[in-house]
Design a protein around this ligand. Sequence first.
Ligand SMILES: C[S@@+](CC[C@H](N)C(=O)[O-])C[C@H]1O[C@@H](n2cnc3c(N)ncnc32)[C@H](O)[C@@H]1O
Length: 232
Amino acid sequence: MMTLRKHSLSMYRSCQVGAVLLLWALALPGCGMFEGPPTHSVGHSYKQIGAEEGTHLRYQDPDRYTWQYPERVIKALKLEAGMKVADLGSGTGYFSFRLAEAVGSSGKVYAIDIDAEMNASIDKQAVAKQIENVKTLLAVEHDPLIPEMVDIIFSVNAYHHLKDRAAYFRNAARYLKPEGRVAIIDFREGAFRHFTPRRVLLEEFKAAGYALDKTHGFLPRQNFLVFSLAKN
Ligand SMILES: C[S@@+](CC[C@H](N)C(=O)[O-])C[C@H]1O[C@@H](n2cnc3c(N)ncnc32)[C@H](O)[C@@H]1O
């Protein structure tokens, strides 16, 4: 009887380990977290095989560090204490919490997504980490619905999800302070199956009424462009 119970316990443990390994296997095929079965497309929310944990693992995969350079990205944004930041398409908050640290307790990060599960994941982490300056917002497809003007709208790997992007950012201008900026990071052609060529970013932001401020060339897989409202 005792032996049988021990055997069942060890089977149960093996299953637990197996489930964790399976999640990692799903998270880590090919060259990193954004590889895997086709699960999203333009204008749709990102769902990883229906598993919140799976999505979280993919977005937070440590391998991402080797090409996402989060600290360099945050430094390049030149954020100051007290700034208000919108993290558009924040997912599970890979950047939201880093942005929150950069703007300090007098600043605020709006973590914006159309997927309530993503926001729930961020809320959960914020409670666990006792971080009070990250506020999730449930947006609609064509509007981030930010409740106040912000210093910067920052968006990573979400641009290719948006529909009618010139109209989107023409509308989003009303959430930007006069000297506000929009920083977009999205995959380069060939780096991932969903991407936005630099030329398209430039055309669409011009059409939306913005001018290019800066191009950061240090990310190996992504374009990183910063725009401000065109003065005319
Ligand atoms: C590939 S994930 C990137 C998540 C996060 N920025 C990161 O770098 O880990 C793209 C996110 O954009 C969200 N998204 C898609 N369309 C959106 C829209 N119109 N407004 C806000 N978020 C959107 C998706 O739900 C998803 O969480």
